[in-house]
Design a protein around this ligand. Structure first.
Ligand code: HEC
Ligand code: HEC
Ligand code: HEC
Ligand code: HEC
Ligand code: HEC
Length: 217
């Protein structure tokens, strides 16, 4: 009996190792090719939408809370885009019933369809992101999306690149605020942001991870 023989059960791992050996280089090459393509690097990307929905009007002027529409943002990875029913809560009633801007909404609703909103922020598949831990740690929407409550058409204001993610993960202090203010995009404080951030880091044990598997799994 050979002392250095692997136990028999490891045979079942062999096909798996084979698959991993083939896929890992492909995965890494794909990450580089995809990551270097121009469309992932744009700031100021603001695609046309099926309806000229204005955040400046709804979230700004009317003062609606982000969670009225993006109601999964605190608990889940993705921030849900609201279904037509959410719009119809108001526009099914008397608000602008005859507006041509709302016609696509009524047509889709009557036809039992949904609106084809164009995604503005879109990370490549190989990068994992979740909203929940950021909001819990006191990172506001404004740090990553800018003053959405002043935008008619949503546009990207940050590169969403790996370097951008990591810059903050290495030194989050200047970007933190009290948790209860994360939805308040216009929040300001007279205290120095770094001093405040360092206090919050100590109080809540905030330590963003930087190892590859945090965002690539
Ligand atoms: C009345 C509903 C409503 C409210 C309130 C609202 N949003 Fe939105 N939001 C939408 C809809 C619909 C879209 C998809 C169309 C678009 O991108 O403009 C959207 C898209 C977005 C996007 C871009 C999503 C993408 O595709 O990348 C961001 C970022 C965003 N909202 C942030 C916010 C923030 C921050 C607030 C609070 C200040 C907020 N929203 C309040 C309805 C709403
Ligand atoms: C730490 C940065 C960061 C913060 C803070 C943040 N977002 Fe995002 N948001 C992103 C990124 C990155 C994406 C793209 C995610 C993807 O493509 O997988 C995104 C996507 C979205 C989308 C499109 C749907 C989705 O989840 O892909 C909406 C809507 C949105 N964010 C709303 C909000 C709102 C509202 C807040 C505040 C309550 C907020 N975000 C806070 C970085 C952030
Ligand atoms: C809480 C109520 C409310 C909700 C929910 C709501 N809206 Fe509105 N919306 C308004 C009000 C109020 C106005 C402005 C009325 C005015 O200008 O006098 C408006 C105006 C608009 C306009 C401009 C119409 C024009 O002719 O200028 C569009 C387009 C619009 N909303 C789309 C949407 C969409 C799409 C949704 C769902 C994602 C939505 N709204 C959800 C209350 C709401
Ligand atoms: C402005 C600061 C900031 C930016 C930008 C940012 N993050 Fe974070 N991230 C944080 C903080 C703070 C936490 C919470 C860490 C904690 O609670 O210990 C976090 C947590 C996470 C987590 C959960 C794992 C962990 O470390 O707790 C993931 C995954 C993550 N971030 C991915 C991303 C990705 C991907 C991007 C870029 C698209 C990004 N983040 C951009 C500040 C940021
Ligand atoms: C905090 C989150 C985060 C961490 C940690 C992270 N990455 Fe990334 N990485 C990203 C995001 C987001 C992208 C997509 C960037 C884009 O679309 O431009 C990316 C893209 C990449 C790419 C594609 C090329 C490029 O630069 O865009 C490679 C390769 C890569 N990461 C490797 C790694 C390795 C190796 C590690 C560990 C040393 C690592 N990443 C750690 C978030 C992260």
């Amino acid at each position: 009996m050979n002392l250095f023989q692997f136990p028999r059960w490891t045979d079942t791992l062999r096909p798996l190792l084979g698959i991993a050996a083939v896929l890992t280089p492909t995965y890494i090459v794909a990450m580089f090719v995809y990551g270097a393509s121009a469309e992932t690097l744009q700031v100021g990307y603001a695609p046309e939408q099926p309806i000229p929905f204005s955040h400046a009007l709804h979230a700004g002027k009317l003062g609606m809370d982000c969670r009225y529409c993006h109601n999964t943002v605190e608990a889940a990875d993705a921030a849900a885009i609201p279904p037509l029913e959410t719009c119809m809560n108001c526009h099914g009633g008397r608000i602008h019933l005859n507006s041509p801007k709302l016609k696509p909404l009524f047509d889709a609703y009557a036809g039992g369809e949904s609106l084809k909103w164009v995604k503005v922020h879109d990370l490549p598949e190989f990068a994992y992101f979740s909203h929940a831990p950021h909001l819990k740690a006191g990172v506001s929407c404004v740090e990553c999306h800018g003053r959405v409550d002043q935008m008619d058409l949503v546009e990207t204001v940050k590169p969403l690149s790996m370097g951008w993610c990591l810059d903050c993960h290495r030194d989050p202090a200047p970007f933190l605020r009290p948790r209860e203010e994360v939805f308040n995009l216009g929040w300001t404080t007279s205290e120095d942001r770094r001093t405040l951030g360092e206090r919050l880091i100590a109080a809540h044990g905030i330590a963003p991870r930087q190892d590859c598997s945090t965002c690539h799994r």
